[in-house]
Design a protein around this ligand. Sequence first.
Ligand code: FRU
Length: 496
Amino acid sequence: GDYTGALRPQIHFSPPTEFMNDPNGMFVDVNGTYHLYYQYNPTATVAGNQHWGHATSTDLYHWVNQKIAIFATEDSQIFSGSCVIDTNNTSGFFPGQDNGVVAIYTLNTATAQTQEIAWSVDGGYTFEKYEGNPVLALDPPSSQFRDPKVVRYDDHWVMVLAYAQEFAIGIFTSPDLKSWTHASNFSHHGLLGLQYECPNLVEMPVEGGDPMWVMAISINPGAPLGGSITEYFPGEFNGTHFTAIDAAARLTDFSKDNYAGQFFYGIPPTEEQIYIGWASNWEYSQAVPTGQLEGWRSSMTVPRRTHIANVTRVGINMMDMPYNIEAVLDAPLATNSSLGNGTVFVDYSSLNSGAIWFQVNVTGLPNNTATPSRQGTLNFTFSASSTRESVSGGFYFGGDNPFWMNRGDIYGFGNTDPFFTDKFSVGNPINANGTFTLDGIIDRSILEAFIDNGRSVGTMTFFPQGMLDTMVLRTNGLNDGVEVSVAVWGLKSAWA
Ligand code: FRU
């Protein structure tokens, strides 16, 4: 792959060439190597001929592209799914081995979707399809039954998968990954969209409490902002049944480019879990200009570490922050620990990666929504000096004003594609203790904003005609006693 293109993210994973969608099979092996598989069409920049592409990394930023792991055939495609490590050889595929890997995926044909497995004795690089496939099929056959995600629970395996157009997540159990028994359904919960896809079940730490289970469901089409989005439900899981704590649909993202994400298999529930999503949307993923211009389409989000917290005024909520960004950290470009009402200006045209991490911390804000609305503003703009395009974001401090982001000042694709929504916002971004935090990552054609320590995340792609090279962050109208600190770092290309 050629990763030098002006739109190619430098700290995010994107495929060597052609079309990528969902992350698949994510697991971490005993040596600490992370495996990422992905929905991959190696023959076109649109979806179709779906294989499982594969890449590995020890830090989740520096990826090594591996050979395709699981191949489509002439009349069937390998759709989304997951991997587990069969430490105790429950499957019988791995005599004398404790690092056998089993992939569980959907086989898609013209008439049906069935669940198959494939096994790997070399730690996940090459796979053999099981001769007893399929391991799970519906009778009569269904073409809307897909995306198995398997986890370990005590003495058995648990699979969640989507009866896509029945708005149900089936929960199945197995002793050996080969025979599966239906245990329960989790259905008609949250936003239905027009299909349920790519369920996940994961247990993660809770601030000040015991670990909690989370069910995540991706919906497409029919997301509130159009197309694709992922929702999640904190709850309880007893090995066969999942019960959500309430009926609320919590979204993983307030923007439009975070879909079909997965959590890595093999991370203990007492540690923060690690999530990667597909940073695109089916409304425009097959039309974005990277296809014509650079021969590839779609990147993943940055890896995110996640846990649950009970946030004042928000309730039980998943917190997502960039995982281990230190792995790609370059020199600081600007720091100011007492900006007050002022401006931070950074010309980063000499930064080869074109990738930046910026942090803003504001304290001393009124923390209740009853206070009058505008008490100052914060705005940031990343612009291209060659074309005057820009991506921006900001916040009118106070009251219940939202934090917003805007990709409408990028020319070309954004102005012509009717689904490439311009603006996104999230309400109530001030913490109850009167602080506002923003962690931003911008990487050539993607911006990820983490608000209030990861309480809300916005993932927004954009495709400028000139490279962004100038950052301006400005505050004004802030009251006395409001403190602003800003830090901006360059990020090192993980692909150079
Ligand atoms: C979600 C999805 C999955 C399916 C895969 C096919 O984006 O539609 O439901 O398995 O993509 O590529």
